[in-house]
Design a protein around this ligand. Structure first.
Ligand code: NI
Length: 257
């Protein structure tokens, strides 16, 4: 399996990062993608990734909840990173109105700019949307109208089947499925029934969104197996099939070997 979205570099793993990687590999996770957030976590992310370079790929991007009065400087930082080396993706980027609306205009500008950079570099994007699908679609509509090419993943997907269908009109987009699919009252399981496995990527979003039966504990990439098993049950297939197809999806989208 590939954990396409994990923050194992988070300080939650400051004492046992190496062991968390070992546990993930032991659980069948062959590769992990680290999404960026902002400059404050960048160095730690790169140090962690360098410890197991064959198993970890990194993305760079400015997360919507990190957009504040410093946003211009932070966006410059992303631009510099993009100029310096090759990245697996630009992310995570997007819009989040859950915590605050204060910088929503700036969030929009930051998102749009990073979408343009991704298109220029032919990189996939890792999109985070919370309570802002309409605004994200308005921006994607305008980008599509200017002939901008797009591909990537809508991570921690929580939308309806109609939202999924709309996402597919913008380009080669996948749906990131994580621990929420194991929650009893989450509607996402019913939606996943109607999403083909060819459009699904597995993710943990560690250390957050811990799947059942580990809920209440810190999430880690080893728990990806619980997400794969639940996805298999929802799709009425076996875990091996979910593993094989979603791994192939991730390798293609992120250009992994
Ligand atoms: Ni994340």
């Amino acid at each position: 399996m590939i954990d396409t979205h994990t923050h194992l570099y988070d300080e939650a793993f400051i004492d046992d990062f190496d062991q968390a990687v070992e546990r993930a590999v032991g659980a069948g996770v062959e590769h992990m993608i680290f999404p960026g957030i902002d400059s404050s976590v960048h160095e730690r992310m790169m140090e962690c990734a360098a410890r197991v370079p064959d198993r970890i790929s990194t993305a760079v991007g400015l997360h919507p909840t990190s957009v504040d009065g410093n946003w211009k400087r932070e966006l410059d930082f992303v631009e510099r990173c993009l100029a310096e080396q090759k990245w697996t993706a630009i992310g995570e980027i997007g819009l989040d109105r859950h915590w605050s609306d204060e910088y929503i205009r700036e969030q929009e500008e930051v998102f749009r700019q990073q979408m343009l950079w991704a298109s220029e570099a032919s990189l996939p994007v890792i999109i985070h949307v919370r309570e802002a699908h309409d605004t994200v679609f308005r921006i994607l509509d305008s980008l599509a109208g200017s002939g901008i090419s797009m591909k990537g993943v809508f991570h921690a997907f929580s939308g309806s089947i109609e939202t999924y269908r709309r996402i597919k009109t913008y380009g080669d987009f996948k749906i990131g499925i994580g621990g929420v699919i194991t929650y009893k009252n989450a509607g996402i399981a019913a939606t996943v029934k109607d999403i083909p496995l060819e459009d699904i990527l597995l993710e943990t979003d560690s250390p957050w969104l811990t799947p059942v039966p580990y809920r209440g504990k810190r999430n880690e990439s080893a728990y990806l197996l619980a997400v794969a098993e639940k996805t298999a049950a929802v799709k009425e297939t076996d875990t091996e099939t979910v593993d094989r197809i979603t791994t192939s999806n991730a390798k293609k989208l992120f250009n992994l070997r």
